[in-house]
Design a protein around this ligand. Structure first.
Ligand SMILES: C[S@@+](CC[C@H](N)C(=O)[O-])C[C@H]1O[C@@H](n2cnc3c(N)ncnc32)[C@H](O)[C@@H]1O
Length: 296
């Protein structure tokens, strides 16, 4: 099974193939690499030849944007009731992973359904704050947003301001996720919901090494110690191609469900629906835990 959001508005996946994707971010069309799109693209879509900007990989590693038309350094898009600053970065990213909308919808549903209670959320590897904003806007009493990159945390703060959420209780923290979780355990802190979206490989602010295959299980086990007596949800997302939906399912089953001893899990691919065909671009895997089957 693959989950796709049907509620994206200012974002469209126009086409994908030949290891690239063609997307509309409000009124700006970007063409950028996507190593999973190994099937042929639709050559009849002329926008492939006329994007506003095109990211080219360099043989030496990395790459750069070729701007074909003049585009702003950054602009705003509105989707799923939230405003986001997007900007073509040196690493081909734009500051938003639109496929995550399907997870925002799920968190929103669970938080809204439990409006009558305080819900504290911990968002690890929180990037520019997509999930942070979704949870805060849905009514979470507090969201703790943790990321190693100072500029990403600043970007998330800008996004919170764009949505007038700056007065909601959101704590923005620049830290290594493993160290932060260990500290929170020592402080006796508790959270009702935990989200983690770790990269394959990363570095904490003091150069702490993160390697998903070696540390994911340990981080999940540590994070479980932070769950309150009334846990609402636990979400693990991964873009790492080596981690299949079955691998995430096994991790969620062995580490989360068996430890909590109640609730249900689901592990599914997430993706983006192409607007011009029935193609769905796979974008990673999400493992979900919550109490009731009907809420998965
Ligand atoms: C794939 S992004 C997460 C995407 C995000 N959850 C979203 O949907 O918008 C991974 C993030 O992990 C952060 N990161 C990498 N290593 C880290 C570490 N050791 N501790 C904390 N954050 C880390 C990076 O700075 C980056 O922002």
């Amino acid at each position: 099974m693959i989950r796709v959001s049907k509620t994206l508005t200012d974002y469209e996946l126009i086409d994908c193939g030949n290891k690239e994707k063609l997307e509309r971010w409000k009124n700006i069309v970007l063409r950028r690499p996507d190593p999973t799109a190994i099937w042929p693209r639709n050559e009849t879509i002329s926008l492939w030849n006329h994007p506003d900007a095109h990211y080219h990989r360099s043989k030496a590693g990395g790459g750069s944007w070729q701007t074909i038309k003049k585009i702003p350094d950054s602009w705003q898009i509105k989707t799923n009731g939230l405003l986001f600053k997007v900007s073509p970065t040196d690493f081909k990213h734009t500051g938003l992973f639109p496929e995550q909308a399907v997870n925002w919808e799920w968190m929103n549903h669970l938080i809204q359904k439990n409006k009558d209670r305080d819900i504290k959320v911990l968002n690890l590897f929180a990037y520019t704050g997509g999930a942070t904003l979704a949870c805060s806007k849905a009514g979470a009493s507090e969201v703790v947003h943790v990321d190693a990159a100072k500029h990403m945390v600043k970007w998330a703060q800008e996004n919170a301001q764009l949505n007038q959420l700056q007065n909601n209780k959101i704590r923005f923290i620049v830290d290594d996720c493993v160290k932060f979780v260990q500290r929170e355990i020592r402080r006796g802190r508790k959270y009702d919901a935990i989200i983690m979206d770790p990269p394959s490989y990363g570095r904490g602010p003091s150069n702490e090494l993160w390697k998903i295959e070696e540390q994911l299980v340990n981080l999940i086990q540590l994070s479980l110690q932070l769950l309150s007596d009334q846990p609402l949800f636990f979400l693990v997302n991964s873009y790492t191609t080596a981690l299949s939906a079955q691998t995430i399912h096994n991790i969620m089953n062995e580490c989360v469900k068996k430890k909590l001893n109640f609730g249900v899990i689901d592990s599914s691919e997430i993706g983006l629906q192409c607007i011009n065909s029935d193609l769905v671009l796979p974008c990673g895997v999400s493992g979900r835990w919550c109490e009731h089957e009907r809420d998965l």
